[in-house]
Design a protein around this ligand. Structure first.
Ligand code: SF4
Length: 457
């Protein structure tokens, strides 16, 4: 499947030799019998012209089962981030972000598992992918595994583990960075495992940069891993080199993400891919733009905290579709700096108190999310998003609560005062607002502060 998705020559050779595919696979060093894989090829969007057979295709069935298991695992990872007992406020906020994302992220939504924390162990990235959805800066250095750094690292991970419980196991150690830029990466990983009980998943576009380090990471996965690692493959040549350097057995716990030009994989419209789209548009290259205009809105996945250890920076983030305001595909709600585990803990708590509200803020304008289309009905209303339609009963007051929210020119407390007729209706209206809020239908991004000017606490 890797060869099929990542190598144009292989695909071409197969389509020219539909009656004798084995000769092609052998030429490309693939030992399995292609006839056992027929359903995959016919089922794939690569459209091969093989005739159906009645054989059981055991390899194809194994592959299907493997893929089904990966999808089940993805859902388990999302559930692992639950914190209803240990941190109910963070839990409710994350659940709300999940519902909003399911509504507005298009086909990116099912793949987002909403880990609650991610750490950067370098500053910038040395790989410099042209499609980087996070527009990673050029590499400026890595966080060394010195005595002081180790103490801070273990203290910060320990604080996260205490505050978030088992949800801290969803954490991972890269973002707009490549793990292999840090030669001590495996030591940080092992600390994380010892403190939280889970080995963070690794994604790297530079598995060949330091093969000994990559092998140490794969060995850690063999001993303690639960979540499949990923190598981003940047070209067919890169695919060949990876296949040469690592055996099939070594790659059993690694998913190869074919990102090269020859791979039919859509890039999210964020970061450098978004900048490229603008250039193509200016150059009137509509065909090329159309290829990018797919429903893939972001590669960001964290609904929680993003921590850069080298800069001592802590941000609260959540995925959003790439836009002029949030071109990297995630919204930054606030940020703090820290030098000690105590300051880290304090910064986290301040942001939980400030941004993770249980109800819509009483003194701020209340309106529906900007991407939703409002349609009034008789004692109900509809809200249409990119992915779905909501029908909401609107019968708690003599006038429509939906209409007032859609107008967006009053605060939550003013709205309640306008429509309530007695104490009972105050409660009913507040309850309706809470339900809309919990469903992620109320706009939360009300602050128009430029992301570059976010205050740092
Ligand atoms: S996609 Fe990953 S590896 Fe490539 S430049 Fe961005 S952060 Fe670095």
């Amino acid at each position: 499947m890797e060869r099929l998705a990542g190598d144009m020559d292989f695909r071409k050779a197969l389509s020219e030799n539909v009656e004798a595919p084995r000769a092609v696979t052998e030429r490309f060093g693939i030992e399995v019998d292609p006839m056992e894989m027929l359903p995959l090829w016919r089922g794939s969007h690569l459209k091969y012209r093989f005739k159906p057979e009645s054989a059981p295709w055991p390899l194809a069935m194994m592959w299907d089962e493997y893929m089904r298991e990966m999808l089940r695992h993805r859902d388990l990872l999302r559930d692992q981030g639950g914190m209803s007992m240990i941190n109910p406020r963070f839990h409710a906020w994350r659940e709300r972000q999940i519902r909003r994302c399911n509504d507005e992220l298009g086909r990116s939504a099912p793949a987002v598992t909403h880990p609650i924390i991610a750490f950067e162990l370098s500053e910038g990235c040395s790989v410099g992918c042209s499609f980087c959805g996070l527009s990673a800066d050029r590499f400026k250095g890595y966080y060394e595994y010195s005595k002081d750094h180790t103490e801070l690292w273990r203290g910060v991970v320990g604080a996260a583990s205490e505050m978030f419980g088992s949800a801290a196991r969803t954490g991972f150690c890269y973002w707009a960075t490549d793990p292999m830029d840090n030669p001590d990466y495996d030591r940080f990983l092992f600390d994380y495992y010892q403190i939280t009980g889970a080995l963070p998943q690794t994604t790297t576009a530079a598995p060949l940069k330091d093969e000994a380090l990559t092998r140490r990471v794969l060995e850690l996965f063999d001993m303690h891993g639960t979540t499949t690692n990923r190598f981003s493959v940047l070209s067919t040549r890169h695919l060949n080199e990876i296949h040469r350097a690592f055996s099939p057995e070594e790659l059993m716990g690694v998913e190869l993400i074919l990102q090269g030009k020859e791979a039919p994989i859509a890039k999210a419209l964020t970061g450098r891919a978004r900048e490229r789209k603008e250039k193509l548009r200016v150059a009137n290259k509509d065909d090329a733009v159309a290829l990018l205009e797919r429903d893939h809105t972001t590669i960001a996945c964290v609904s929680g905290f993003l921590v850069n250890m080298r800069q001592g920076r802590l941000q609260l983030v959540t995925p959003v579709p790439g836009s002029d305001r949030w071109p990297l595909g995630y919204r930054i709600l606030g940020q703090h700096s820290f030098r000690t585990p105590g300051e880290f803990r304090k910064g986290v708590q301040i942001m939980i108190n400030q941004y993770m509200l249980d109800s819509p803020a009483a003194d701020l304008p209340i309106c529906f999310r900007r991407d939703l289309q409002y349609q009034a009905g008789d004692r109900y209303f509809h809200l249409r998003s990119r992915n779905r339609e909501h029908r909401v009963l609107d019968d708690v007051a003599p006038i429509s609560v939906g209409d007032l929210i859609a107008r967006g020119n009053c605060t939550a407390s003013e709205l309640v005062m306008q429509v309530a007729t007695d104490g009972m209706s105050v409660l009913a209206i507040a309850d309706l607002l809470d339900q809309l809020y919990a469903a992620g239908l109320i706009e939360e991004d009300l602050d128009d502060t430029s992301p570059d000017k976010l205050a740092t606490g």
